[in-house]
Write a protein that binds this ligand. Sequence first.
Ligand SMILES: Cc1cc2nc3c(=O)[nH]c(=O)nc-3n(C[C@H](O)[C@H](O)[C@H](O)COP(=O)(O)OP(=O)(O)OC[C@H]3O[C@@H](n4cnc5c(N)ncnc54)[C@H](O)[C@@H]3O)c2cc1C
Length: 410
Amino acid sequence: MRRILVLGAGFAGLWSAVAAARRLDELGVGPGEVEVLVVNRTPSHSIRVRNYEVELDATLVPLADVLDSIGVKHVIAEVTDINVVERKVVCTIDCASQILAYDRLVFALGSRLARPSIPGLEAHAFNVDTFEAGSRLNDHIGSLPSLPASTGQYIVLVVGGGLTGIEVATEMFGKLRTAIAKATPCGLRATPRVILADHQAWIGSDMGHARPVIAEALESLGVETRPGVSVASIDAEGATLATGERIPAATVVWCAGMQADPLTARFPVARDRLGRLPVNAHLKIKGMPAEFAAGDAGWLRIDGTHASVMSCQHARPMGRFAGYNVVSDLLGAPMLPLQIDWYVTCLDLGPWGAVYTEGWDRHVAATGEQAKRTKEIINRQRIYPPLSRNRREILDAAAPVVQAPPYQLH
Ligand SMILES: Cc1cc2nc3c(=O)[nH]c(=O)nc-3n(C[C@H](O)[C@H](O)[C@H](O)COP(=O)(O)OP(=O)(O)OC[C@H]3O[C@@H](n4cnc5c(N)ncnc54)[C@H](O)[C@@H]3O)c2cc1C
C-alpha cells in the first residue's frame, strides 16, 4: 500500500487530508491501495485565528470528528525530523521515536510566533499563537485581581501593531473589565489601561486605506498607542524600552511577527525571509519530486503577481489544492493549478466593530457593525470544517475550488 503523509492538521493540513480523501474517492481508489495519514501534535484542529477571543472552547475541533468518517488516519505525534532522500519522517509518539515512510508528503506544519532574543520575553511575555497560549493569557487576566496591588496590575502592554496585536488590544478591555467586576462586585473599581506598541511609525502600518479606521477604533475604545518604540527587555512587572523608559504592566502580550516552522530547513531549497518553502501552482515544492507544501509553510505567487500571505484565507485553498494534487501526482492523474484573483482582510476591532478591506492596497469596503457581522461569519462558520461527521458533506467541502470572497455572500 502506498502512503500520503500529511504533516500538520491546521487549516492547510486538515484540508489537504480531506481533499486527498476526496480525490481518491473521485478516482475510485480504496483505502487498501493508498493510505492518507495525518500527523499532528494535538488531537484537535485549532481555529487559530480566534485565539485572541474571550471564549476559546469552541475553537478546537476533534480531528476524529472530521477524519474518521472519510477513512483518513491520524496520529498524535511531534514531528522532529524529515529525510527527503529516504522519504522518511521522524516523530515522537508517547516519548518513543517512530519513523514514518511516505510515497508523497504534504508539509503543513504552519508557522509560529517570531521570538527575538529579547531578555525576559520567553519567561514573562504572553501570546495568542496557540490555543494553549491564548487560554493561558485569558486565565492570567482572570487572575489579575488576586495579584498584590501594583501600578501595572491592570495595565496590558501589547507589543506588535499588526493584525494580531490590534485584535488582542481591542478585545482586551472587555476581558479586564470582566475580571475587575468579578473581584469588585460593588464599590470603586480599578481603571484598566491597554497600550499597543510597535517599532514602526504607525499602528497597522500594512493596513493601507484602513489605517484611519483602525486609529478611530483604537481611540474610541481608549487603547493607548505607542508607535515608533522598541522593547529592550521584559520582566514580571512590565517592559523597558530601548530609550530606558519603563512601562509598568503585569501583562505583556508579544504579537510581533510569524516565522514558518523550522523543519522547513530540512528541504534543500531556498526559503523566503519568513522561512517559507517555494511551491509551484500545484503546491509541489519547487525542485522536489514527491513533496508538497501548503499554508504558512509554503509560498507561491497566488494571483501570478503577489506572494501568498500567511493567513487562513490562503492556507485553506492551498490545502484543498495540495490534497487534490498530491493524489493526482501519485496516481498519474491531471493536477489543478491554484490561482486566487482576490484578496481581502477582515480585522476585528472589539466592541467598536471591524474593518473589511478589498484588494492588495486594502480599500475599505465596510466598517463597524456591518464588517463585524462578516468577521463573525468568517470566524464562526466559514473556516470551520463540517461538524456533522457526514462523510459526503465533509468530502464535498474539500472540492478544489476557490470560494467567493466572504463579503459578497451576504
Ligand atoms: C491570533 C491570530 C489571529 C489570526 N487572524 C487571522 C485572520 O483574521 N485571517 C487570516 O487569514 N489569518 C489569520 N491568522 C493567521 C492564521 O491563523 C494562519 O495563517 C493559519 O493558521 C495557517 O494555517 P496552517 O495550517 O499553515 O498552520 P497552522 O494553523 O499553524 O497549523 C499547523 C499545524 O501543525 C501542527 N504542528 C506544528 N508543528 C508540529 C510538529 N513539529 N509536530 C506535529 N505537529 C505540528 C500544529 O499543532 C498545527 O495543528 C491569525 C493568526 C493568529 C495567531
